[in-house]
Design a protein around this ligand. Structure first.
Ligand SMILES: [Fe+2]
Ligand SMILES: [Fe+2]
Length: 195
């Protein structure tokens, strides 16, 4: 799906279903982190690429809205937001991209393409949730979010293509996607969006 090279094992949905409190809490924190990282990209790179600001500001607002929606699903189930956990997957992906930074690989391109891959993986997993969760309200919610994540993947890849060119973007995305696949393959399957 999208740029991904390895599908998630379907047993991940069982781990997610078995602990909806952990899944929804982790998902809520992912939405906050997505909003924060969109604004952090503006803070760091708006000088280099002013055209980042409008779409990433809009994205940060949308991710903030998603946080509030996930939180409503927690509250509707009499659950409370759990404490945030560190996201091993995101940390590993950023480290995998940094391997090449001594070769003059533009860091903005990697930030955009790592963000694109994270959106792609979320999209893939939300599709699984939209197809397999028992609760109909959550299936519908994840179907809607799946389409948002696909749109966000396209946004980040097209921003990279606009700044660094289509060919460079395609080549670098393929490299990062193969590292992402290796990371995703070795993650323990738990009730987290990227776990
Ligand atoms: Fe989101
Ligand atoms: Fe997103």
């Amino acid at each position: 799906m999208l740029a991904l090279l390895t599908p998630t094992d379907s047993s991940w949905v069982e781990a997610a279903e078995a602990n909806l409190s952990a899944l929804l809490s982790d998902h809520a924190h992912c939405e906050i982190k997505a909003a924060q990282s969109a604004l952090a990209l503006c803070a760091r790179y708006a000088g280099e690429m002013p055209q980042l600001v409008a779409p990433l500001h809009a994205l940060a607002q949308e991710e903030g809205d998603h946080f509030a929606q996930v939180h409503e699903h927690l509250v509707a189930r009499q659950l409370r937001l759990e404490q945030p956990r560190s996201d091993t997957y995101v940390t590993a992906l950023a480290a995998a991209a940094r391997q090449d930074h001594h070769d003059g690989c533009p860091q903005l391109m990697d930030r955009l393409l790592c963000a694109a891959l994270i959106e792609a993986r979320s999209c893939e997993r939300f599709r699984l949730l939209s197809e397999h969760l028992r609760a109909a309200d959550l299936r519908a919610f994840y179907r809607e979010l799946m389409t948002s994540e696909a749109r966000h993947f396209s946004l980040f890849s097209s921003l990279s293509a606009e700044r660094f060119g289509k060919t460079e973007t395609r080549t670098r995305l393929a490299t990062l996607a193969s590292r992402e696949a290796a990371i995703a393959k070795h993650l323990p399957l738990g009730p987290q969006v990227h776990g």
